[in-house]
Design a protein around this ligand. Structure first.
Ligand code: ZN
Length: 321
């Protein structure tokens, strides 16, 4: 029963194909439904067939990429250009390649139960982010906040991954990724080839731009990116971006972290959080590059840490779910 599923996932020509969907825009709910259905067939805890691990990885990468309309649109463009599906494990949605060494993503769990718990955590994170940003998606402020949070989350992922001895991944800031530099070289060469071949202007491969991050201008795409980052931080590292700390266990986090979004933390730790938008997050992502010693994010995190220490006893007593 499971083996045909493994073969189908690994043999699919596109990311849509891995999920058993036609190559066209799909309802995100349908994508999630297919993902869970097929995950049940190929998860290594459920399936002993050869290739199950690779199939589950390939399936999960397809889900992460196609779970947002922006990701679907980007992949459909790749399909149209004849670059359908990267090999499993090399298909980081954001241009990163799998480096040597250990890497963990939220779906890399030992048991099916743990996987399901993390998938539900991701669902809750998505709902919370949508609540925070929906209705304000058109506002410039929402876009700035999203950008700032994406940049802060990328840096936290790099920090936590490095601390845990995990290898570089596509969730790290592009400027921290060797793959990003290599991709730039590749894109430059491809662009030159395309121009020589007389491809219509505007259809040549685009060069990545680490400072402008045009892919974050689309609030939907930025939100999808933020969801991937937040899910990684919260499930793999038990780290909350807004609490600024790691928790001992998923249970500890569920009890003591007020939620996924910045807003859910505002009432909980009013000191330091309220001003984050104006003081700390806005400059992140603008200007680019590191500012040794004077990093506003570092200063902000230190401020948050101090505030949280003061709030800690009260916070632990609240026992929120
Ligand atoms: Zn928190």
């Amino acid at each position: 029963m499971a083996e045909p599923a493994v073969a189908r996932v690994l043999g699919a020509a596109t990311l849509f194909g891995r999920l058993g969907l036609p190559d066209e825009s799909a309802d995100p709910g349908a994508v999630r439904q297919q993902y869970r259905k097929l995950a049940l067939l190929v998860h290594p805890d459920k399936c002993t067939a050869q290739g199950a691990k690779e199939a589950f990885q390939a399936l999960s990468e397809a889900f992460e990429r196609l779970s947002s309309p922006a990701g679907q649109a980007a992949h459909l463009l790749e399909v149209a250009r004849g670059r359908p599906a990267p090999a499993a494990g090399r298909g980081e949605a954001w241009g990163g390649a799998r480096a040597e060494g250990a890497q963990a993503r939220w779906w890399d769990t030992r048991t099916w139960e743990e996987f399901e718990e993390r998938l539900r955590h991701r669902d809750r994170a998505e709902a919370a982010l949508r609540r925070q940003f929906a209705g304000r998606v058109a506002a410039r402020l929402a876009g700035r906040r999203l950008r700032g949070q994406v940049r802060a989350a990328e840096r936290s992922v790099e920090h936590c991954d490095r601390g845990a001895g995990l290898a570089e991944s596509g969730l790290w800031p592009p400027e921290s990724r060797r793959a990003g530099r290599e991709a730039e070289e590749e894109a430059r060469a491809a662009r030159e080839r395309a121009e020589r071949a007389g491809v219509l202007p505007g259809l040549e491969p685009e060069l990545p731009n680490f400072d402008e991050r045009p892919e974050l201008d689309d609030p939907e795409a930025a939100m999808a990116r933020l969801l991937d980052l937040v899910t990684h931080l919260r499930t793999v590292h038990l780290y909350c971006l807004h609490c600024g700390c790691r928790y001992d266990s998923p249970d500890d986090m569920a009890r003591n972290c007020p939620g996924v979004t910045e807003e859910e933390h505002e009432g909980a730790a009013a000191v330091g959080m309220v001003t984050s938008e104006e003081t700390a997050l806005a400059p992140v992502g603008e200007g680019g590059g590191e500012a040794p010693g004077g990093d506003p994010l570092e200063a902000y995190m230190a401020e948050v840490d101090a505030a949280l220490e003061r709030e800690d006893s009260a916070r632990r007593k609240r026992r929120r779910r």
